[in-house]
Design a protein around this ligand. Structure first.
Ligand SMILES: CC(C)(COP(=O)(O)OP(=O)(O)OC[C@H]1O[C@@H](n2cnc3c(N)ncnc32)[C@H](O)[C@@H]1OP(=O)(O)O)[C@@H](O)C(=O)NCCC(=O)NCCS
Length: 155
């Protein structure tokens, strides 16, 4: 798995291509290092797993699953899916379905009652994918800048 890190970061770039222009918060200057360190951190966590699909010895898709208590006012165990991305040359062949199937089995085995997926509101394709797979919106984060342009104090 540690040996796959370069390939996973390469795949993350495809996800970043989709999401880059949708981000409101300015990206960290060392994004790739952050991704690498987060993924390394998950390797030794028994309640997390990054599933990958390989084709001709190349990693072409990934999905990270993290199981934990929801927190706040409930103690439901939820499996959070993130960094779900299939290389553009391998889409529409059931690859993501296979990854999500594995993640779901992983989640059930750890007592999770829900799968949850985080998606940018502007990622129409990503959103329609999750809706098509039976996911429903649960909450929405609303954001307003308070410094400079867009702030209510901006003349
Ligand atoms: C979204 C994504 C992961 C789908 O991967 P994929 O391997 O092409 O998906 P699959 O082939 O497994 O598709 C499974 C099913 O979902 C459907 N589907 C695929 N993409 C879809 C989309 N954007 N909207 C609606 N349905 C979609 C397929 O038709 C298929 O339906 P079926 O089972 O009835 O035949 C892939 O397009 C991707 O990597 N997108 C860029 C990154 C991204 O936006 N990730 C998700 C948000 S975090």
């Amino acid at each position: 798995m540690r040996g796959d890190l370069d390939a996973l970061v390469e795949l993350w770039r495809h996800l970043d291509e989709v999401q880059r222009h949708l981000r409101i918060y300015p990206p960290a200057t060392d994004q790739e290092a952050v991704v690498r360190s987060e993924m390394t951190g998950l390797i030794d966590d028994a309640d997390s797993c990054t599933f990958v699909v390989e084709s001709v010895a190349e990693v072409v898709a990934m999905a990270t699953a993290e199981v934990g208590r929801k927190g706040g006012l409930n103690d439901t165990v939820v499996c959070r899916l993130s960094r779900v991305v299939v290389h553009p040359d391998h889409r529409a062949r059931g690859v993501a379905s296979m990854l999500i199937g594995h993640a779901e089995r992983f989640a059930r085995a750890r007592g999770a009652a829900f799968l949850s997926a985080w998606v940018y509101s502007g990622n129409a394709d990503g959103k329609s994918y999750w809706l098509q797979r039976g996911f429903a919106p649960r909450a929405e984060e609303l954001v307003r800048p308070i410094l400079g342009e867009g702030s209510e104090e901006d003349p």
